[in-house]
Design a protein around this ligand. Sequence first.
Ligand code: FAD
Length: 334
Amino acid sequence: MVYNKIVVVGAGIVGINTALELQRVYPNIKITIIADKFNSETLSDGAAGIFRPGTYCFGPSFEISQEWINDSYNFYKSFLNNEPCGINEISGYMFSETLNDTTKNHYLEKCLPEYRKATEDELKLYSHNNRIKKCGSFFTTITIESKLFLPWALKKFINNGGEIIKKKIQSFDDICEKFNVIFNCSGLEAANLCNDNDMIPIRGQVIRVKAPWIDKFYYNDMDTYIIPSKEDGTVVLGGCRDFGNYDTTIQNRVTEQIIENCTNLIPSLKEAFNSEYKIWVGLRPYRYRIRVEAEHFKNAMIIHNYGHGGYGVTLAPGTAKYAVKLLCYLHSNL
Ligand SMILES: Cc1cc2nc3c(=O)[nH]c(=O)nc-3n(C[C@H](O)[C@H](O)[C@H](O)COP(=O)(O)OP(=O)(O)OC[C@H]3O[C@@H](n4cnc5c(N)ncnc54)[C@H](O)[C@@H]3O)c2cc1C
């Protein structure tokens, strides 16, 4: 079997990165993307887009998780100050008001050029209204604005000779005769396509305000975060993490909690609520281990790449590289 009829199911951040990596490795093979949602219709479009993975093991091992992170960082970094695709460098703080130092991140400490403890003066500076910051970290990372990155990447894919088909597949049976390699980057929908009961949503809600004076990101306990865009002066305020909750309507009680947490952390944000703001809800496609593995399906091979939870923007280029390596491995063993 020559595995050369290749389709990517999904055009979110994971699908688009996988498709670009396929074109890089196989420049002479025409790659197709099939998806029912593109660009602003995808979940990926709404993400704040900060490069910051969680600290638990989400790959097959800690070493492979670190490899995904390093590969992703190097990929995104190569576009910094280079191409207008929504990638910018940004510094900021992660604080905690508890004594357990939850602000450390062993993955980022090994990857980013700067990751250090916040000084006593910095902790004092951000301790307002009896909310004492007991520990903190300062680091420099990048933000990836999906709103700019996705259309830019899709255009690059088409210019490289890629084909796009806008449609929903009901099952892999729909496409396994035309294609003999299927990269499954379907996000939360993988729960249905693969009958994967390990896929669950983690509901998130954020507020996007105009606050061009905020030039750093900030994190605090209770999933509080403030992430500015260097592109348009807006700031994403979050958040919440509701496991297993499929509700995509706006919850007012969550909005109030986000406003309270974020304005406690950075009081000048109160001013941003004098102008119009937008509220957005998204379901993170969570799996206890991100699934990047190959599986035989009838006459085709499916290479799964889904379940990135709250870190899909961060990890997509790394898992894309790993997924495409699985195909290279198959080719080398023919
Ligand atoms: C509030 C919030 C904030 C976030 N902030 C960050 C952040 O700062 N940093 C970070 O790294 N991550 C963040 N995330 C997580 C990130 O958004 C996700 O991990 C990421 O978007 C998942 O990408 P995906 O490509 O797997 O899924 P999606 O973007 O959902 O894409 C899935 C694609 O598959 C297609 N598809 C699915 N089923 C079918 C089918 N049957 N037929 C055809 N096409 C199909 C869809 O049309 C779509 O194109 C955040 C998430 C939320 C909710």
